[in-house]
Design a protein around this ligand. Structure first.
Ligand code: WTA
Length: 567
């Protein structure tokens, strides 16, 4: 029996209070995600059930029952409180996918602070921009990432504590640094969690736009309602499932579904903190008998590329249900997975701002490979005309995806940027910034983004951020950054660069600039290709026309160039 039962039945008379009732929440009550994801599961009689099965890159394993998760998150919460951290202070998690990241997240929420997860692969520039915007009070990190924090610490007077989870005993720490060893810390049996309510802020996730600095997407504790129910109905999480969400919690999928959705449903989830290889992933599925697997198109395409021989080496018969998010899932990938795993990957569509799945394929529903599926029950989504902002009367038209605001996990604002937040709404609709069509059976077909943001391997990279980093290199005069097609990552970053007088293009300079961006921003933001050119196409007003460079990369029509400088 599927959790969702029948999609067609569920969309009739849907009410979010279905989730509220299951969670025993009544409007106005205290609601704390940290408590729901640990204490409540224990109270439901699952204290000894494994909650987190973790494997590190060297094969070392750690196991945590729900009671362990409860005790350890209490302990972290108390530690933060004792440091003087206050409710609503921002506490950054800057770690690899280690247990402290997952459990620390819950600890932060338990004591009422706001969790700010950031990719540990971020370079010091990417890190600083986000910490500075959030005026973050504390950062929890590993010693291997400490050099990046130390490099920028003097610019951050608001940053009071750098908490190191694996500090070497006896080794002196710098000012503001403090050690916290989760395994050795004395466990706190009862912690009076902060009485957060529905609108209390919970998580601050940073996402990139075309222009300006990355935006901090503010979520609240009430998001649990959507995250719990979508995990249950779309991911079909059940009590005996062994769940694997491959996403890093630096990304919203890794928190909404890699922490909150999984733990609030009380399932056993696995985490593999190691780089990607087809062999290693299949081995992991076999070893832990993974039954529900939530991943991303780039990973699926990498697996396709690795071929089918490697699949035969492993017993993957535990797989029951597969889903994907983050970028368009090609029809071939859906068909391939059905053939090799006996199950299709079900595409799900949503974004950092929506906090939970918006449009999806559901277990039991007819799947059309290449389509994102239909709106989640309770979500009113359509496609509107990009100028009139009115829904189309006929199917098949390409327009902007538009969603009626008001679901529980919807972002509440962009941090200190209400103006940009307001711009996301038109004519009563929330606009995610994507284009799609809807067919005559109500299925959504993704067309593309409505801005210049690059989606590389499911991760959004702002061309503006990369261009700004490039300009800091002494050889670079001007730059324009666009997406270039790539089989595995769908898009990768490509930079067009003009050089300052005295510099000449060379392979060495090329590599030097690439590395420069990688260190400052991240490996994903690093241009995979740099093309040195004499001048960039610009409008008469001097604005760089990325559109022309983009069209060239994708072999598309260049379109209207009437505003071009030298036409
Ligand atoms: C894109 C990810 C096509 C889209 C959870 C969206 C998708 C952005 C899909 C959000 C999908 C996400 N098909 N495109 N199934 N899912 N996207 O904020 O452009 O990192 O707006 O959140 O990824 O990316 P974000």
């Amino acid at each position: 029996m599927l959790n969702i039962g029948s999609y067609d039945e569920r969309i009739k008379n849907f009410d979010w209070n279905i989730a509220e009732k299951e969670l025993d929440y009544h409007p106005g009550d205290i609601i704390n995600i940290g408590w729901y994801c640990s204490d409540r599961i224990c109270l439901m009689g699952k204290a000894d059930k494994p909650g987190l099965l973790w494997e590190g890159s060297t094969g070392v394993e750690k196991r945590y029952t729900y009671n362990d998760i409860r005790l350890n998150s209490n302990t972290i919460a108390q530690f933060l409180l004792d440091l003087g951290i206050k409710p609503e202070d921002r506490v950054c998690l800057f770690m690899d996918k280690i247990p402290e990241l997952y459990i620390g997240f819950l600890g932060i929420l338990k004591m009422g602070a706001i969790a700010q997860p950031l990719f540990s692969a971020f370079g010091d520039d990417s890190l600083f921009i986000r910490l500075d915007n959030a005026q973050t009070t504390a950062i929890i990190t590993q010693k291997k990432h400490l050099p990046k924090v130390r490099k920028i610490i003097d610019k951050m007077p608001y940053m009071k504590h750098i908490i190191i989870v694996d500090a070497d005993p006896g080794k002196p720490l710098a000012n503001r640094e403090v050690a916290f060893d989760m395994a050795k810390a004395e466990k706190i049996e009862t912690f009076d969690f902060h009485p957060t309510t529905a609108e209390s802020p919970s998580v601050l996730h940073y996402t990139s736009g075309t222009t300006g600095q990355p935006k901090g997407v503010k979520h609240v504790h009430y998001s649990l309602i959507s995250q719990y129910l979508t995990s249950k109905w779309v991911l079909d999480l059940r009590d005996d499932d062994i769940y694997w969400c491959t996403a890093d919690p630096g990304w919203v999928t890794g928190t909404s579904y890699g922490i909150i959705g999984a733990f609030s449903n009380g399932v056993t989830q696995c985490v593999l903190d190691a780089g990607f290889s087809a062999d290693n992933w299949y081995r992991f599925i076999e070893k832990y008998r993974i039954s529900m697997w939530y991943s991303a198109p780039t990973a699926i395409r990498s697996l396709m590329k690795a071929g089918e021989e490697v699949i035969k080496k492993y017993d993957l018969s535990s797989l029951r249900h597969l889903a994907s998010v983050g970028e368009p899932l090609n029809p071939e990938a859906v068909i391939w997975s059905e053939r090799v795993f006996g199950k299709p990957f079900l595409d799900t569509y949503w974004q950092t701002e929506t906090g939970s799945i918006m449009i999806s394929n559901y277990p039991g529903m007819k799947i059309k490979p290449g389509s994102m599926g239909k709106p989640f029950p309770g979500i009113t989504a359509t496609v509107i005309h990009p100028e009139t902002f009115e829904p189309f009367n006929e199917s098949g038209k390409i327009g902007l995806i538009a969603i009626k605001p008001g679901w529980p996990a919807m972002m509440r604002t962009y941090w200190k940027n209400e103006e940009t937040y307001q711009k996301k709404f038109q004519n009563g609709w929330y606009l995610p910034g994507d284009r799609s069509s809807i067919d005559n059976e109500g299925y959504f077909w993704f067309v593309g983004r409505d801005d210049d943001v690059i989606n590389t391997g499911g991760h959004l990279v702002s061309p503006f951020e990369v261009e700004s980093a490039l300009l800091e290199h002494p050889a670079v005069a001007e730059s324009a950054v666009v997406a270039k097609p790539d089989f595995v990552n769908m898009e990768v970053v490509k930079a067009f660069v003009t050089l300052k007088p005295g510099f000449t293009a060379s392979k060495d300079l090329d590599l030097e600039i690439m590395n420069f961006v990688r260190k400052k921003l991240s490996p994903l933001a690093m241009p995979q290709e740099i093309e040195f050119i004499d001048s960039l196409p610009k409008t008469r007003s001097g604005k760089i026309m990325r559109r022309i460079l983009h069209a060239k990369e994708w072999g598309e029509e260049i379109g209207d160039t009437s505003t071009l400088e030298n036409d």
